[in-house]
Design a protein around this ligand. Sequence first.
Ligand code: FAD
Length: 447
Amino acid sequence: MTPISLFWHRRDLRTHDNRGLSAALSSGRPVVAFFCFDQTILNPLPKRDSRVGFIHSELSGLSLNYAEAGGQLVVRYGSPVEQLQVLYQDLQSAGFELKEIHTNRDYAPYPVERDQMVEEWCRSAGVGFTLWDDHVVLPPEAVLKDDGTPYTVFTPYSRKWHKVFSAREQDPLSEAVVELRGHCIAPLETVAMPTLESMGFDSQSANPDGWSAFENRKPEQGILENYEENRDTPSVIGTARMSLHLRFGTVSVRALARLGFAHSEKWLTELIWREFYQAILHHFPHSARDAFRAKYDRIPWRHDEEHFAAWCQGRTGYPLVDAGMRELNTTGFMHNRVRMVVASFFCKHLLLDWRLGERYFAAKLLDFELASNVGGWQWASGSGCDAAPYFRVFNPESQLKKFDPSGAYVRRWVPEWGSPDYPSPIVEHKFARQRAIDTYKAALSEA
Ligand SMILES: Cc1cc2nc3c(=O)[nH]c(=O)nc-3n(C[C@H](O)[C@H](O)[C@H](O)COP(=O)(O)OP(=O)(O)OC[C@H]3O[C@@H](n4cnc5c(N)ncnc54)[C@H](O)[C@@H]3O)c2cc1C
């Protein structure tokens, strides 16, 4: 039997600057690569889902990279632990002994649970299982308060992030060099990747128009240099549009952070916000479903299907809210400033449960990432770790005047704005603001 190592791709769909892959290739054993379309994640998704199409298309490219270097990417569909067991047997039948699995850590609750199951099986099968930190610059347990507890407020977290970063002996941004050629192996007969249709998805999921908002894989220097000035203007492309690539690891966060250090401290701070939310979800997994601050779960959210539907469709009569929701429904992207406005409107003006809004975003956003999404929604609802105070209620009209003064963004998405076809506001701002403040106040002051 020839001893081999396996590298398991998950949310790191690249063969450059990849920590776990680099480590597997240095194991001294030939490496086979693996990806599993995970049924647990795919089952609840709609039949047409551009994110699944994106992953599928990226895997075709990866597969080619491996094949060109004499290696192989084995792609399976099902439960990862079961598929790894099947692969283990397939490798044995072909005369290869799987000695070790290397993979990059994912800090969210489900992946942690999944990895524990895989690790248990590995132990029983005598296979090594090593997790690497790759999709953040500093993993959750590296940035803690001096007493060893997690931060729950961003500013001190960020200060400590910089301190830990500077104190590291090895440069945390150093490239994880990947040399496939001569280190990979193609141990099995080539089998075509599962098709989208065979996994229950519409082939249109792989239509590149679906992810055209994320064409670039490297932020333009000009965008970073002018980031501070343009980042809050939704009518221009003033942000880097890297979130989809960070989500699926089609770019390296270290390469992006290097650009942040070089060109925009403000932009680097946004990458640190991402790491902060990853750490929050990791240390407080309950926050994916419950209010981070428990007393916010006392708020008596309204049930109003009509208002919920109007918000989803972008027909609330508030132009900035409607433009944002229509941008989301059409492109799978929404500008950050507008995400804040629509989420605040949902929780405060409509008094709807933030979890419903979070789930709607989760279904629609191409860059959906549980940690950042929950973080953003709990920030807007006031229930999060470092959230806006409940009595600060965004006025969607003032936000429009401030951030889209020419109306260019709104007109792009709401062409009937200003005509009789445009709906009147579904709630009156002053009334809704006061209702939110009174409801929050009463709920939070209960003993
Ligand atoms: C209600 C709400 C929901 C959100 N849901 C998500 C989500 O599901 N997935 C997601 O990636 N981001 C989410 N965000 C954060 C932010 O809106 C997006 O990351 C950003 O709009 C992506 O565009 P960009 O790549 O051009 O960002 P840029 O402004 O260029 O920022 C660079 C990167 O920094 C990170 N980043 C920026 N802002 C934030 C932030 N506020 N919190 C965490 N990370 C940030 C992202 O990884 C982003 O790609 C949400 C924000 C809000 C208010």
